[in-house]
Design a protein around this ligand. Structure first.
Ligand code: SAM
Length: 225
């Protein structure tokens, strides 16, 4: 079986992204697994994760490596968190913020197996509730289907992102305005984020997630100061 490296810790097998499992034998959402060279690899399907869709669609910056510290907003049941957990390894840390108690129950089950994910029951629009526990992180990742996606990213970057760190946002146009042109919504969200006086975020790449996610744009920012 041929295995190519897409990014450190992310591999292409038969044209699909895979990660090397930290917890062989334990699946998070029934994902396909394959064995290679004594390791188990988990299929990171772009249909089930916006970060995987962004990779398949040409993401250039992948600021995750062994030991990375991540603040993940909208952790849900932990699907994407679990793949990042494979990439950052046992010395990394993911702080997974989730507002839904029901989703958090499933996330806790994943955290019991994966000791580098810490679940936080909180509203991501209120980072002051958890910023002191999280500290400064290398990446803020946001995937919440909320109207104020821009303000949530800016506030969390201002509170927790280190200078030079990356902020990544899956913009869901239909959660902001179900009638407006998605392109106008992406532009407004990105403008608002870059204009925030405390976040200091500069856009470095935009990746369309269609056809994996309709009316979604993935935006990548760097914190300048
Ligand atoms: C699209 S799902 C996230 C899927 C997840 N990122 C993945 O790929 O595995 C969006 C999640 O954001 C959560 N959410 C919505 N508003 C939130 C908020 N203000 N704070 C924290 N989580 C929120 C929802 O409960 C939901 O679980």
């Amino acid at each position: 079986m041929s295995l190519q490296t897409i990014f450190p810790g992310v591999y292409s097998i038969h044209g699909q992204p895979y990660t090397r499992s930290l917890t062989p034998g334990f699946k998070v959402h029934g994902e396909k697994t394959v064995k290679n060279g004594g390791h188990e690899y988990r299929n990171w399907a772009p249909q089930h994760s916006k970060l995987s869709a962004a990779i398949v669609q040409g993401l250039k910056d992948f600021p995750y490596q062994p030991g990375s510290k991540i603040l993940y907003l909208g952790a849900a049941q932990g699907v994407t968190c679990s793949f990042l957990s494979d990439v950052i390894g046992p010395t990394g840390e993911i702080f997974g913020v989730e507002i839904s108690k029901r989703a958090l129950r499933d996330l806790i089950f994943v955290c019991e197996k994966r000791t580098n994910i810490y679940p936080i029951l909180a509203d991501a629009s209120q980072p002051q509730e958890y910023a002191a526990d999280v500290g400064q992180v290398d990446v803020v990742f946001e995937d919440v289907a909320a109207r104020e996606q821009d303000a949530i990213l800016a506030r969390n970057a201002a509170a927790c992102l280190k200078v030079g760190g990356f902020a990544m946002l899956a913009i869901k146009a239909r959660s902001i305005d179900s009638a407006a042109d998605p392109n106008k919504i992406y532009e407004k969200v990105i403008t608002n984020i870059q204009a925030d006086p405390d976040a200091h975020l500069e856009l470095v790449q935009q990746v369309r997630l269609d056809p994996y996610e309709t009316d979604h744009m993935f935006a990548v920012f760097v914190k300048k100061k």
